[in-house]
Design a protein around this ligand. Structure first.
Ligand SMILES: O=C(O)c1cc(C(=O)O)c2c(n1)C(=O)C(=O)c1cc(C(=O)O)[nH]c1-2
Ligand SMILES: [Ca+2]
Length: 713
């Protein structure tokens, strides 16, 4: 029987709830409120997918990470792109109907941790809504692209100090006439919150803070009661959170469930990460690493489930929330499925938050399992590195076992298709207690200790630990039924269809269709750039299309350094790719292996290189890559012309010559000598690695970071 649903949805809400009655559309981020990323369309199926062809492509003007799932409403595609731009296209032809550039200032890029991405728009009653990286929410007329309203989602009093940082890159969801939006910033200093705006007027309806007020005072907001009575006492009253906000940003999943009539916030990590420094090493720190359920009309607290108490690994629970009915001990229950960063798959009762089951979906080393009654982790004491003070090689690392990439569920196979990965990380306390650096990640860690030493042994060992998989997970048995081993981590999200197909784009620039029943590879397309977004499908005039945004980026390639190229050269060419069975489009031939490095100047000052390394790892690493090496998206500074001259380098790094392109100025964070030390260090790195980069490009079969190639012998 179809469960009773709440009313007050309006036409769009009813259309999203009854999405299967008009499968030609894709009206909400995960298609339906249940975010299963399954479409019943089956014109493209296992028997013909081998003939899939490019129907059209639309080149984007931002060659950075593209993470959005486009919407399709009655033949019009709404695709958001990097730098928070919107493209409205004829979904059958790719012809541009209108576009909207909210003109996000370039120097804002380093106010967010993980690339100036955008994950998608919401649609409601003739309007489209999306967030901008500088914190705004835009509502535009879906037909004309004219702005209807715009609000700043970040209240002035949310910024309590210099390190505070709020960026908006998550997909907007709309339910019951409310536009729901969160934000990011916990790597810098932020106090997370979610806002609900009236879709017609942009008027704020409610705002829910996910962590307590630092003085345990009322914010005169809807969370006051639960924060003051329940959450505050789970924090050390004198920890660094008091200055840094505590974190708990809701930067990805934020869903409405029409069956339980609740909104679920998927809450992020602590700010700073370091639990000892953040919270004096005491308390579970509610609501970090949790799902929090609220009443949609008012934002009132209903229940929470904390997957990662005492977070110190950046184990956000922001990852996708899926709702559906499943048998639990022989009885049908309405549940939440959730595979957060921490490596465990959770089944929760959607109405009450009761923990029903949990099991690790990949190898992890921070917990020895979950308490079967409460779902609370049984910690591996060594994993609590902020308390031991020792170095910890954590699996998962801060990029999680699963990140923003969509997982899909097929009601035909009863399997969840989970884009999982293994990306270990070296955690170690910041020396001398918590010390924030303006314009840098402020996580309370020694940022040189997560860096990889450039020795063949260290690189080879680390690369062996990098993995990317597509898991076919059975949530009843809580086990992997089969899996596909990808070349490396950071592959795109998954779409499941009624044609018994799975679609997934990969870090190595391939777009695949797999058999949903057994994982057989049925189709491969060379997309010429890494894909991290989740595909979607729709139809126009009875013809089915499959679409995906192409564009390598997000946190992995910007922070990882050279080892971020384990899947391939991963050059960024950003475009929207749309496939059909009778497509006739063809991509132009493109350089897909990066440019030949320019021989660097030979001279550098060995005396300042060590300090240059510290400064680089503190201020530059998280965007330009570990140890001065890029991984295919932002400029690889070893080959940048600016490192050749002290003045040129200072103009860029100190004075902001390239702010329009996303490079902030750092003269308020570093002295000229420190900036010069970075330049000397980069010249050294360029010299140390020049020959191996040249040699890697001579090899036309393989990839630069393959340890078997003799490039990292
Ligand atoms: O703590 C935060 O506020 C925050 C924000 C974001 C973001 O806004 O994209 C990411 C993360 N954390 C994060 O931990 C993470 O792994 C991540 C990956 C990405 C991405 O788009 O590639 N964003 C984010
Ligand atoms: Ca984070």
């Amino acid at each position: 029987a179809v469960p009773a649903r709440a009313d007050g949805q309006g036409n769009t809400g009813e259309a999203i709830i009854h999405a299967d009655d008009h499968p030609e559309n894709w009206l909400s981020y995960g298609r339906t409120y249940s975010e299963q990323r399954y479409s019943p369309l089956d014109q493209i199926n296992r028997s013909n997918v081998g003939d899939l062809k490019l129907a059209w492509y639309y080149t984007l003007d931002t060659n950075r990470g593209q993470e959005a799932t486009p919407l399709v409403v009655d033949g019009i595609m709404y695709a958001t792109t990097n730098w928070s731009k919107m493209e409205a296209l004829d979904a059958a032809t790719g012809k541009l109907l209108w576009q909207y550039d909210p003109k996000v200032p370039g120097n804002i890029a380093d106010k967010g941790c993980c690339d100036t991405v955008n994950r998608g728009a919401g649609y409601w009653n003739g309007k489209v809504f999306w967030g901008t990286f500088d914190g705004r929410l835009v509502a535009a007329d879906a037909k004309t692209g004219k702005k209807v309203w715009e609000v700043n989602t970040i209240p002035a009093d949310a910024s309590l100090g210099k390190q505070r940082s709020y960026t908006v890159d998550g997909a907007v969801r709309v339910a019951k006439g409310l536009v729901l939006i969160g934000n990011g910033g916990s790597e810098f200093g932020a106090r997370g919150f979610v806002s609900a705006f009236d879709a017609e007027t942009g008027k704020l309806k409610w705002r829910f803070y996910t962590v307590p007020n630092n003085k345990n005072e009322p914010d005169h907001a809807v969370a006051d009661n639960v924060l003051m009575s329940k959450a505050y006492k789970t924090w050390g009253p004198k920890g660094a959170w008091v200055r840094q906000g505590g974190g708990g940003t809701v930067w990805d999943s934020l869903v409405y469930d029409p069956v339980s009539d609740l909104i679920y916030l998927a809450v992020g990590n602590g700010s700073p990460w370091n639990y000892k420094y953040r919270s004096e090493g005491i308390g579970s720190n509610l609501f970090l690493g949790s799902i929090v359920a609220l009443k949609p009309e008012t934002g009132e607290y209903v229940w929470h489930f904390q997957a990662t108490p005492m977070d110190q690994w950046d184990y956000t629970s922001v990852q996708q929330i899926m709702t559906l009915d499943m048998p639990v001990n022989g009885e049908m229950r309405h549940v939440i499925w959730h595979a957060p960063k921490n490596g465990f798959f959770y089944v929760l009762d959607a109405k009450t938050g009761e923990f029903l089951a949990g099991k690790n979906y990949v190898y992890q080393n921070w917990a020895n399992g979950l308490d079967p009654l409460t779902g609370r982790p049984i910690y591996n004491p060594d994993g609590l590195y902020t308390l031991t003070g020792k170095f910890w090689y954590g699996i998962p690392g801060p990029l999680g076992a699963h990140n923003f990439m969509g997982m899909a569920y097929s009601p035909k196979t009863h399997l969840v298709y989970l884009p999982a990965h293994q990306i270990p990380f070296g955690y170690k306390n910041q020396v001398g207690g918590f010390k924030p650096h303006p314009d840098a990640w402020n996580v309370g860690l020694d940022m040189t200790k997560n860096g990889l030493p450039d020795t063949p042994e260290a690189r080879t060992a680390y690369i062996k630990d990098l993995h990317g998989w597509l898991l076919a997970w059975d949530p009843v048995k809580m086990e992997t039924v089969w899996k596909i081993d990808h070349k490396g981590p950071w592959n795109g999200g998954v779409l499941a269809t009624g044609g018994d197909l799975l679609f997934q784009g990969l870090a190595n620039g391939e777009f695949h269709a797999y058999d949903a029943t057994n994982g057989s590879d049925l189709y491969k397309f060379d997309a010429q750039s890494g894909i991290i977004a989740s595909p979607m499908t729709y139809s126009v005039n009875g013809k089915q299309y499959v679409a995906v945004e192409v564009g390598w980026g997000g946190i992995y390639p910007i922070s990882m350094g050279g080892v971020g190229r384990t899947s391939g050269w991963t050059v960024n060419h950003s475009y929207i790719a749309v496939f059909s069975l009778d497509g006739k489009a063809k991509l132009p031939a493109l350089n897909n292996r990066g440019f030949l490095p320019v021989k660097p100047p030979a001279q550098y000052d060995q005396k300042v290189v060590d300090n240059g390394y510290f400064q680089y790892q503190t201020y530059c690493q998280t965007c330009h890559g570990d140890n001065g090496e890029g991984a295919g998206m932002l400029p690889d500074l070893r080959w940048a012309g600016a490192i050749r001259h002290q003045d040129a380098f200072y103009n860029v790094v100190g004075r902001g010559a390239l702010t329009a392109y996303g490079m902030d100025r750092f003269d308020t964070s570093m002295t000229p000598d420190e900036i010069e030390a970075i330049r000397q260090y980069l010249i050294k790195r360029a010299n140390d690695t020049y020959q191996r980069e040249v040699d890697a490009r001579k090899n036309d079969k393989d990839i630069p970071e393959n340890p078997t190639l003799g490039i990292n012998p």
